[in-house]
Write a protein that binds this ligand. Structure first.
Ligand SMILES: *[C@@H]1O[C@H](CO)[C@@H](O)[C@H](O)[C@H]1NC(C)=O
Ligand SMILES: *[C@@H]1O[C@H](CO)[C@@H](O)[C@H](O)[C@H]1NC(C)=O
Length: 111
């Protein structure tokens, strides 16, 4: 049996960012992972940001804070997650190593 793990990535401040005229991009937004697969996504901004935060919301749960990145180039690796603040200060990547069913959920990035 193949376990399918749904993962959705959202930018928390999308609406405010559109008002500011700030461009944000996330690829991919929605993904179905197989157990054991790696997954990487980015939250990109057109302007330099001072920090990146990542949150995770399990299906039916509340958003839970995962980590804060405050320096370009900074990397944090809690458990099987790796988050990196890009050297330019304009993007952050989130990497899931060997996806498990517990990884299912919605991941938010925020400034
Ligand atoms: C986001 O930033 C990363 C790292 O700079 C880059 O590789 C990727 O192509 C960018 N994606 C988008 C949608 O701009
Ligand atoms: C999955 O990610 C881990 C750690 O980031 C890496 O060591 C491993 O080679 C990756 N596996 C594949 C199939 O890309």
């Amino acid at each position: 049996m193949v376990l399918i793990i749904p993962v959705l990535i959202l930018w928390m401040q999308h609406i405010r960012s559109q008002v500011d005229g700030q461009q944000i991009n996330q690829i991919p937004k929605f993904s179905l992972l197989q157990e054991g697969e790696n997954f990487t996504t980015y939250c990109n901004s057109s302007s330099t940001l001072y920090s990146f935060q990542w949150y995770k919301q399990r299906p039916g749960g509340s958003p839970v804070f995962l980590m804060l990145l405050t320096k370009p180039g900074e990397v944090k690796k809690p458990n099987r997650l790796t988050a990196r603040f890009g050297d330019t200060g304009k993007d952050s990547s989130l990497h899931i190593t060997a996806a498990q069913s517990a990884d299912a959920g919605t991941y938010f990035c925020a400034e």
